[in-house]
Design a binder for this molecule. Structure first.
Ligand code: GDP
Length: 309
């Protein structure tokens, strides 16, 4: 995948130039190399917890095998990182994860999208709608971020652009009423997927928690097991801030999948590894650019491969 390779270029370049410096003149992986590797991982925003985990595993392998050449470090790191990632693909599946498939037994499949303003939430919803639509799926969008006029307008623009209906009650209306109508419309239409935007005002956590539970409660009047997916959108270029947002959002709602955006603009792509590992939530989508096809279904092997290519 060309755009994936290109999107991760900055992370890769920075990671490998640092890793290269860490092992220069060294034949074997020793304490010093491990120390350097630790700082390389931390500076790629893998996060302290996950970095320590990776280092401990490599240390254990060095202790067991007695000798580990620095030339083997790439393939060992690759194995360890892949082992920590989860991409929501059926286990053992070798099919590339680029099909944006939806479970056949949930119709409509309801996705509630959460995340703070500016992370790329609206854009991600628009791109997702486009990807599903392109695959012949019927999509309904719900403009549930009713606190920002721009969010409602932007979602309507995406709806027009992609050619899918957008349920909107305008600004400052009750988001749960929007969710109700969107799920109702999706059910009546026999739609395949309903995607609901929500407001990301994390500074009023109790309000946000109440608002999200009300949205869920109301949609459950139509579909008892909805939402089938709670997708948290994080901006990968914000590094440690993305970790903080994941911590805060998992306190206010259950989160079942992650979309990590803007990986093209950053050398901190390690955030994908750390967040997925630390929160044990699969990364479902990654954003590697502004174009529609730059929102990709996350495939951990492809991710690791493009990182180590
Ligand atoms: P929201 O406030 O969370 O709804 O954020 P928006 O969807 O309005 O996105 C904010 C900005 O980020 C927009 O200019 C998007 O085009 C941009 N954006 C979103 N995803 C990506 C991505 O993967 N890569 C890049 N380079 N820009 C992105």
């Amino acid at each position: 995948k060309e755009s994936l390779d290109k999107g991760l270029e900055k992370t890769k370049d920075s990671f490998f130039s640092k890793l290269g410096r860490a092992v220069v003149g060294k034949a074997t992986v020793d304490e010093e190399v491990l120390d350097e590797l630790e700082s390389v991982l931390i500076s790629s925003d893998v996060g302290v917890e996950t970095t320590v985990k990776i280092i401990n595993r490599i240390e254990a392998r060095v202790a067991r095998d007695k000798y580990m050449g620095t030339s083997e470090l790439d393939s060992i790191l690759r194995e360890e990182i892949a082992g920590l990632l989860s991409d929501n693909k059926p286990t053992g599946s070798n099919v590339p994860n680029d099909d944006f498939s939806l479970p056949a037994d949930k119709k409509p499949y309801v996705i509630m999208v959460v995340g703070v303003n500016g992370v790329g939430k609206t854009t991600t919803i628009g791109k997702l709608a486009a990807q599903f639509h392109k695959r012949g799926k019927q999509v309904v969008l719900g403009a549930g971020d009713t606190f920002r006029a721009a969010a409602v307008d932007q979602l309507k623009l995406w709806g027009d652009r992609v050619g899918v209906p957008v349920i909107s009650h305008g600004m400052n209306t009750d988001p749960s009423a929007v969710a109700f109508d969107a799920v109702k419309k999706g059910t009546e239409m026999g739609a395949d997927v309903v995607i609901i935007d929500t407001a990301g005002r994390l500074h009023t956590k109790v309000n946000l928690m109440n608002e999200l539970s009300k949205i869920k409660r109301v949609m459950q009047k139509f579909i008892p097991d909805a939402p089938h997916e709670v997708l948290l959108v994080l901006d990968g270029s914000t590094g440690q801030n993305a970790f903080i947002q994941a911590t805060e959002f998992t306190k206010v709602t259950e989160v079942t999948a992650l979309a990590i955006t803007k990986l093209d603009g950053t050398a901190k792509g390690g955030v994908v590894i750390g967040i997925s590992d630390q929160f044990q939530i699969p990364v479902k989508y990654i954003g590697v650019g502004e174009k529609i096809e730059d929102l990709q279904a996350f495939d951990k092997m492809e991710f690791v491969d493009s990182f180590f290519k």
